[in-house]
Design a protein around this ligand. Structure first.
Ligand SMILES: [Zn+2]
Length: 277
């Protein structure tokens, strides 16, 4: 499932190919995504120029000239690729190309989503921060607002597992299961620890590990799982750098103890029983 690094990688790649281009044609295939694509969707964006690409949490925000911005969430299995004429990548199945945007240089942006949990909708620019998807989100983990002091205040007195706290989008936005696991390994803290019992020193380690892990993942274009590919159809390379996620039973790279997998908040949670306390 794409998290902040996958969406940020996508944004950085699309900035080069899509910003400044005008959308000349829209093909809507399957309308039934997480929400149905609105019937006036195509009419509202044809002829619009893409002026900026930004990101908030796991949402890509395609800013158009005029009154609207396009909010994109990749759901479980979505991808948005920039394709040249004659593009061929066997990983993509044309049956799952649900939306296609033809640009004025004859290239295309294609939204592919086999499981259809993704979301694409137009939002009025003025209403963006108060829209249902974005309002109430916590600070960006790569911003100065996210600090050890902030996390300590949010963790104080909480009985929830620390892993659930850092995955809570109202506390900090954009971190999901993969990167939460990797952050806690780097910080040496078990995912099951009650947030309110995590020491100040450990909170500082978590706050310090968060941007390190996320920036490294962005630098590798994220992690590949199932159908996620970056915008050129290339798999992310961070999978090679995962220390615990998906490694149950395999030896810890630090101490050789087999990595364990337990369920925390209904999600698989990987950790090293020796390195994480
Ligand atoms: Zn270990």
């Amino acid at each position: 499932m794409p998290e902040l690094p996958e969406v940020e990688s996508l944004r950085r790649i699309l900035v080069r190919s899509a910003v400044g281009r005008t959308i000349v044609k829209v093909r809507v295939g399957e309308k039934r995504l997480r929400q149905s694509v609105a019937s006036d969707f195509a009419a509202n964006i044809i002829g619009r120029r893409i002026v900026k690409l930004s990101r908030r949490a796991k949402y890509l925000i395609v800013e158009l000239d005029g009154d609207h911005v396009m909010l994109v969430h990749l759901g479980m299995s979505g991808s948005l690729t920039h394709r040249q004429a004659g593009f061929r990548v066997d990983d993509f199945d044309p049956r799952h190309d649900h939306l296609e945007f033809l640009l004025d240089d004859d290239t295309r942006l294609v939204y592919n989503d086999p499981r259809r949990f993704g979301l694409i909708r137009l939002v009025e620019r003025a209403a963006l921060t108060s829209t249902a998807e974005l309002k109430g989100l916590g600070p960006e983990p790569l911003s100065r607002e996210f600090s050890a002091g902030y996390l300590a205040a949010k963790a104080r007195g909480r009985t929830a597992a620390i892993k659930n706290v850092i995955m809570d989008q109202r506390i900090v936005a954009g971190i999901g299961n993969i990167y939460a696991s990797e952050i806690l390994f780097r910080a040496g803290v078990r995912p099951t620890r009650r947030a309110g019992r995590v020491t100040r020193g450990e909170i500082e380690k978590i706050a310090a590990a968060t941007p390190l892990i996320l920036r490294a993942a962005i630098g590798s274009n994220g992690t590949t799982f199932r159908s996620y590919r970056d915008s050129r159809g290339q798999p992310g390379r961070f999978a090679d750098r995962l220390r615990v996620y998906g490694r149950e039973g395999e030896p810890c790279f630090t101490c050789s103890t087999p990595i364990r997998n337990i369920v925390v908040g209904q999600r698989a949670s990987f950790y090293c029983p020796k390195c994480q306390r």
